[in-house]
Design a protein around this ligand. Structure first.
Ligand SMILES: [Zn+2]
Length: 174
């Protein structure tokens, strides 16, 4: 960006903020030559990376796709649309801040899985089974076991939320 005061072209971004409609990002910049601060408005689609798909093809990043994938996984689960949108926004924000030109579809999937793992076990497993396309059933079972080990650790830390029935069922399942 050209400095409006001295015309120098190097600056640093000191703050980035998404517009209300999620289409524009407002950036505060500081000229590296004269120190003048100015604001730019950039279209999201110009900043976001291209997504590299499994077959190697590329497509523009779309927040909508993250939301659709999560909605499917969260069907009939106690997760509000607001929470789903917040996850999509956080991922988009992170990608904008990283400013990479490309990102793999797998690494976006991992970010969604991290979020779902903390929100809802069922939604997490649903999403993971589609997104990670487990090579075989053993891999899938291993993932579920890890998930429940995590859950048991959490329950040990917080004994009030202990649910013996559920645990019993899990030990029998694999
Ligand atoms: Zn300047």
């Amino acid at each position: 960006m050209k400095c409006p005061a001295c015309g120098h072209i190097d600056d640093k971004v000191i703050d980035s903020r998404l517009g209300k409609d999620n289409a524009v990002i407002r950036r505060r910049r500081e000229c590296l030559s004269c120190g003048k601060r100015f604001t730019t408005y950039e279209r999201i689609e110009d900043i976001l990376p291209y997504v590299i798909k499994k077959d190697g093809s590329r497509e523009p990043f779309e927040r909508r796709k993250i939301i659709e994938g999560m909605r499917r996984a969260c069907e009939k689960r106690p997760i509000s649309m607001d929470r789903i949108e917040a996850v999509a926004d956080a991922i988009q924000q992170e990608l904008m801040e990283r400013a990479d030109k490309e990102v793999s579809v797998a690494s976006i999937g991992e970010r969604v899985m991290d979020a779902l793992r903390r929100m809802d076990d069922i939604a997490y497993v649903r999403f993971a089974s589609v997104y990670r396309s487990f090579r075989d059933i053993d891999e899938f079972i291993k993932e579920i076991k890890e998930l429940y080990e995590l859950k048991e650790t959490r329950e040990q830390r917080n004994p009030q939320s202990d649910s013996p029935d559920e645990k019993q069922g899990l030990q029998n399942s694999p």
